[in-house]
Design a protein. Structure first.
Ligand code: BQF
Length: 291
């Protein structure tokens, strides 16, 4: 079994970004600038925004976090988006999801200027992605494509089973793996909660992308010997062995599935760090387009 090391791969990508940013600064071009909007105090969301800020610092990207209370109204948040859309110093921004329930996420996403939508969630970027046009790709699916590329995982003509149809991971992942690209050119099956004979479908997969949102959903009995298994899940479970009192596990039962898989991503240290690296890549891309 080969471990697909997302931490190491993301460190390599961040090194490349760091060199690019240093070159920009050498040429008297302003460093890329990313902003993140965090509404409320969800501990996981705070962790993610902090991780993104730290990653920016490490590569020389300027970052600003805008924090608002849980009680922020949709109207107020739309004003923040409008302000960031019109900030000429800003190359891109993200609104950390999920948002509090009283705010319509789709409405906020659609208010973002597609040229600053470095999460790639605006319908303009989703549509352009589906057509294979230049766009900001969503960070998690793009991070997975980058791992498959850097580990030379064959995808052309292979059976790829994506489990989960979220707009953030499963749906775009199925689109990217179907495209006439390398990696890509896979025969893709998108499975979800209504899928019949799920086990039979997963058993045929050369590549399994688990984005179900259910801890240890994928077990060893489901997976074909020699498959590539990509775990997108992150769940906090109680642990008395860690300082924090919890540890992270994925949608895949790693200890068992790793005995059968040829390639597998761990949690933590798999897809998560690649998501962050992809966000930095989009921010750099936006800055290069604007300068
Ligand atoms: C790691 C996310 C669900 C809902 C909203 C590194 C991250 C996670 C894990 C991270 C995620 C998940 C992010 C690891 C960003 C990925 O070492 O395994 C980094 O920060 N992520 C997010 O912004 O919103 C989410 C998952």
């Amino acid at each position: 079994m080969v471990l697909i090391d997302g931490k190491k791969t993301s460190a390599e990508i961040k090194d490349e970004i760091k060199k690019d940013v240093a070159k920009m600064i050498d040429n008297d071009i302003a460093a890329p600038h990313l902003a993140a909007v965090l509404v409320g105090a969800d501990p996981a969301s705070q962790t993610y925004v902090t991780a993104k800020e730290k990653a920016c610092q490490n590569v020389g990207i300027t970052s600003t976090i805008y924090r608002y209370s849980e009680n922020t109204t949709e109207e107020e948040l739309l004003k923040v988006v409008d302000f960031l859309n019109n900030d000429p110093e800003l190359d891109g921004f993200i609104v950390q999801l999920p948002l509090p329930k009283h705010i319509d996420e789709q409405k906020i996403i659609e208010a973002i200027n597609p040229e600053k939508d470095v999460d790639g969630f605006h319908p303009m970027n989703v549509g352009r992605m589906a057509l294979g046009l230049d766009c900001f790709l969503p960070a998690t699916p793009n991070g997975i494509m980058e791992m498959l590329k850097r580990y030379n995982i064959p995808t052309s003509g292979k059976n790829c089973v994506v489990i989960g149809r979220s707009h953030i991971v499963g749906s775009p992942m199925s689109i990217l793996m179907s495209q006439k690209t390398e990696p890509g050119n896979a025969t893709v099956t998108l499975c979800h909660s209504r899928t019949e004979n799920l086990k039979d479908i997963i058993a045929q997969a050369d590549i399994v992308i688990a984005a179900i949102g259910s801890p240890h959903f994928v077990t060893a009995d489901m997976v074909k010997e020699g498959a590539t298994v990509i775990d997108v899940g992150i769940h906090r479970v109680k642990s008395d062995k860690t300082k924090s009192g919890f540890r992270l596990i994925g949608d895949v039962d790693f200890d068992e599935v790793s005995k059968k898989a040829a390639h597998i991503t761990p949690v933590p240290g798999g897809v998560g760090p690649m998501t962050i690296a992809s966000l930095l890549l989009n921010t750099l891309k936006s800055a290069k387009q604007k300068r």
